[in-house]
Each structure stands twice: as C-alpha cells, then as structure tokens.
Design a protein around this ligand. Sequence first.
Ligand SMILES: [Fe+2]
Length: 293
Amino acid sequence: MAIRQLGYLLFNSADVQGWRTLAQDVIGLVPADAGSGAIYLKMDDRDFRIAVLPGTTERLFASGWEIAGKAAFEETRKTLTDNDVEWKQGNAEECALRRVREFIWFVDPDGNRIELYWGFISAFLPFTPPPGIAANFVTDGIGMGHVVLPTADLPAAQAFYERILGFGLSDTITMQFGPGLVDVNFNHCDNSRQHSLALAGMPSPNGCVHFCVEMPTLKEVGMALDRMQDAGHALVLTLGQHVNDDCISFYFLSPQGFMIEIGCGSANKDWSHHTVFETTRPSHWGHRFVLNA
Ligand SMILES: [Fe+2]
C-alpha cells in the first residue's frame, strides 16, 4: 500500500476571504498568504493542509495523497499507466504551490481529481492556534482527516481505489441521508486512521460530500460547535458518535456550501488484524439530521 495519508485538500472559491474567516474563527486553522490570491490553512507543523485557490465556483479542486518516497511514487505511476489511467505530471509552479517535490494528477472514474505526491516541503513551524482556541489537530502520521468523494458507480469507484491505488476497505454502510438511502464505503490507507477516504454513492455538485478534521478532545469539539453556531452557520447533523471509528463529531454547512465534520477520538486500527464489516446504523448515538428541520 503506497499511500501513506491524506496530505492536503485544495478548494476553488469565489469567496477566499469567507474561507479565511471560516477557517480561523470557526474551525481554528491559521491562514497564510499563498500568493496569487490563494491562502494556505495550517493545522499542524506542515505549511498547510488546506489551500483555497481563487476561482469562480465553490468546489473541491483536488485531494492530495502522500506517498512515502520517490521509488514508491514511480511504482504507483507505473501501475496507473499499466491500468490505462491517464496521468499528468505537475510542473514546478504547481509543485511550489503544493509544497511538494513532485506530484502527478489524474481523475477517478467519477471525475474527482486525485493528486499523488512525494517529498512534502515544510518549515516545520509549530502550530499556534488562533486566540481563544486551545486545540492542535490530530494529524501526526495519520493525515489531516478524511474526505468523502461522490460516485455514481460505487463498485467501480471502489475497485479503482482498492485495486489500482491500494486503499483497503474498512467497512461499509447503507444509510439514510436526508430523504434517501446512500451506500458508503470507508477506506483506509497505510496508517492507523479508520478511514481517510470514503466513497459515497450520491451526487455532490461541489465535488465533496464532506471532509473531516480531528481535534484532540471533546472539549475542543464542543467549543468548535459553539463557534460554528455563534457564527450563524447551519448544523447538519447533531453531535454524535460513529459506530465504525467511534469518532464523536458534528457536521455543519459552510457558507461556501461544504459540509464539514469536526470530531475527536477516532480509533487507531491495526490493519493486520482487521476484517471488513458492514454496519446497519452510522452512529451509536446522535448525528440526527437537522438541516431544514
Ligand atoms: Fe465523516
């Protein structure tokens, strides 16, 4: 399994300033200028984990996945070629924006843009949260959280990520979401996070069903919930605890139209002893759908 972690997310936005406010005042990230109107959002000792690039639409532009080193990177690139996946090499300017030595990009069977890189570049400055926020984020060795990508053909998407990119299926669920039932596959990569990538059999006009960041304690999650509500954003799912990874989290809708999950306490897994399971409910408690209620 070549992919070590979810390294970064890149968003397009016509509202970069709105993202900056959301990130700093609600989520607790630290913004920095990334040049050409873009911003970096820092959550650990890396230079950024989220970058927001100016654009005309609100969209997840790409998810960036980290590979251990150059040899594994070249091997993965060859696997893509062998499986007729057309990839493009990132140029120097694109590498500089992403703070990586080298990356390629391609699209999955649903058109979601995936980037694979090796050699992240960082000043390793310590993360200092914005005033009034005590949290660091839980990322060390397990990536920035998880992202849920939409698919119109879940078996085909699962095969792509599992057989070509080497993700491992953690668990599956068919769950009620709003008015309908949605099939979701949760996948892990080469770290102990229960899922770094989920594939949801539903459309998503902005390319991102949701993404999740993890805080160290329930206190921090509760404080983030207060900040989110004080800022007037819409709660989507109440505070609850997931069955598959035990994460305690809430979901809200950002002004840019992204569903964002903020949680804590997700389980660390030993994949050598894991067997895939299906859950019949998403949460032990909570996570009640309240948007538009
Ligand atoms: Fe999630």
